[in-house]
Write a protein that binds this ligand. Structure first.
Ligand SMILES: [Zn+2]
Length: 491
């Protein structure tokens, strides 16, 4: 057993008193104020920079030269906080300022608000410069009350913990006080008691009508050195993640179920979708600002929340099953940006269900793919499995998995793969899963020949397990099993 320190969030639904509800909203309001305050300073500096560059360009200086000459930096948290402390005022001493009420809430509401503004600005800038994966991040906007997520984050000194569980049923938030938990904090309390976890921070946020606390902990975790017998028997699996099906595997997820090579998106199994559509229609029929609208909005939010929870559970169940059933899991190294483009422009994507199965659902499925990847990367080490991420340019979709001929007409938008050489006619994701499995096997082969310390599937980030973990014998056994007719997946 090896140990590893990981950050892990424990989420609790809160059961606040009515006085505390008001206070929670006040804390979230302070965090929003701090974010907007910092964002205002950043945007003002940015506009001034732009104006001065424009003025220079108009006076006949070239733009690159003007950009070099104007020296205005965008203030970040240290500078913003320092200026804020000087001018915030103080209601206790009747000093007027930008926010004299700051003593009413925990100081970390402001600090984390400033940090979030920094992050938001950096995300836009790196995206603008093209240094960032994923969809394009727009120019940072202000957070509007009622439009943004109500949340705040508190930190503490881990040596003198003020964020702590009181018994099993209460969470103490510094300055705020003790809030009752909806469920039990027993598992976390016990882990903390035997020095297995240290609380780092807490994020309190509202979803629907419920306030949740996400307690971030540094957790000491025992990790298995090698996969279990079952995982080793499962061997290597290739997984193609997509928007038609969440995943198509090169092997069965459940050994006794031949259909378990295909995993549907959890939303499609969700009966609550109809209820959500109904609630949304009811909401759209109400007048803005009316009491009926508030009621309909709260109902919509509640159903939305339920669906999100169920979806999250389904994804967790899938990634857990995958990482605990196979010793190696190979996935494609495609960027999130590519996946989203695929979702929004797909002309021949199969139509399913109702009108609601549109952009909203596609965004959900794209979010699911990123989430599955994230979960696989942290869960694989938990179960002694290895995640192999292929290089993004690995041509898994255009290569015939039977004879290796390239069919460059096939795109990720097609549902079928046909080979003109050997006549293979197969679902595209199934073909891709097989190719991913093969590419994964090549990556493992490179390791067994080498030191056995790292797997590098051409730049893919992977985690090794043990030196002796995968011998030739194991690899050969996988090979025969994966190619035997019994393991041929459903088409
Ligand atoms: Zn072929």
């Amino acid at each position: 057993m090896g140990t590893q320190e990981v950050l892990r969030a424990y989420r609790f639904a809160l059961d606040p008193s009515s006085a505390q509800l008001i206070n929670l909203a006040r804390y979230a309001g302070a965090a929003r104020w701090a974010f907007n305050h910092a964002m205002g300073i950043k945007q003002a500096a940015h506009q001034q920079w732009r104006a001065e560059v424009c003025a220079l360009v108009e006076s006949g200086i070239s733009e690159p030269e003007a950009r070099k000459r104007v020296k205005i930096s965008i203030p970040s948290k240290p500078a913003i906080q320092k200026a804020w402390v000087a001018e915030r005022g103080d209601s206790r001493h009747d000093l007027d300022g930008s926010c004299p009420w700051w003593r009413e809430v925990n100081n970390y509401c402001f600090q984390s608000g400033f940090i979030d503004a920094d992050t938001s600005w950096r995300n836009w800038l790196t995206s603008f410069r093209g240094d960032r994966n994923g969809p394009r991040v727009g120019y940072p906007r202000y957070r509007r009350k009622g439009r943004c997520r109500d949340s705040f984050r508190l930190h503490h000194d881990a040596k003198r913990p003020s964020i702590r569980l009181v018994g099993y049923r209460r969470l103490n938030l510094p300055k705020f006080g003790e809030v009752r938990l909806h469920g039990s904090g027993k598992p976390l309390a016990r882990l903390i008691a035997r020095d297995g976890a240290v609380i780092q921070s807490v994020t309190v946020s509202r979803t629907g009508n419920r306030w949740n606390a996400s307690v971030l902990c540094k957790v000491r975790q025992e990790l298995p050195q090698r996969p279990t017998t079952r995982q080793r028997a499962g061997g290597l699996v290739g997984v193609d993640l997509g928007s038609t099906y969440l995943a198509v595997l090169s092997d069965r997820l459940h050994q006794d179920d031949p259909g378990s090579t295909v995993v549907e998106h959890p939303r499609r199994l969700n009966q609550s979708m109809d209820r959500l559509v109904k609630a949304q229609r009811a909401l759209s029929r109400t007048a803005k600002g009316s009491a009926r609208r508030a009621k309909a909005a709260s109902k919509f939010a509640r159903i939305h929340h339920q669906i999100a929870e169920r979806r999250a559970t389904d994804l967790h169940r899938f990634t857990r099953r995958l990482t605990s059933s196979f010793s190696h899991i190979a996935i494609e190294g495609i960027s999130v940006r590519g996946m989203i483009a695929q979702g929004t422009t797909a002309p021949n994507r199969p139509r399913r269900g109702t009108k609601s199965d549109s952009l909203f659902n596609r965004r959900l499925s794209d979010a699911s793919l990123g989430e599955v990847k994230r979960q696989l990367s942290y869960k694989a080490p938990w179960y002694g499995a290895t995640l192999i991420t292929l290089a993004p340019d690995e041509p898994v979709h255009q290569i015939c998995s039977r004879c290796g001929t390239q069919n460059s007409r096939v795109t990720v938008l097609d549902s079928k793969f046909t080979c003109r050489d050997c006549g293979l006619d197969i679902a595209r994701q199934r073909n891709a899963a097989r190719n991913i499995m093969r590419a994964g096997r090549r990556a493992i082969g490179n390791v067994t020949q080498g030191t056995g310390e790292t797997i590098n599937a051409r730049g893919g980030a992977v985690r090794p397990y043990s030196r002796s973990g995968l011998g030739r014998a194991a690899l050969n056994r996988e090979d025969t099993r994966l190619q035997s007719p019994g393991a041929t997946p459903r088409e």
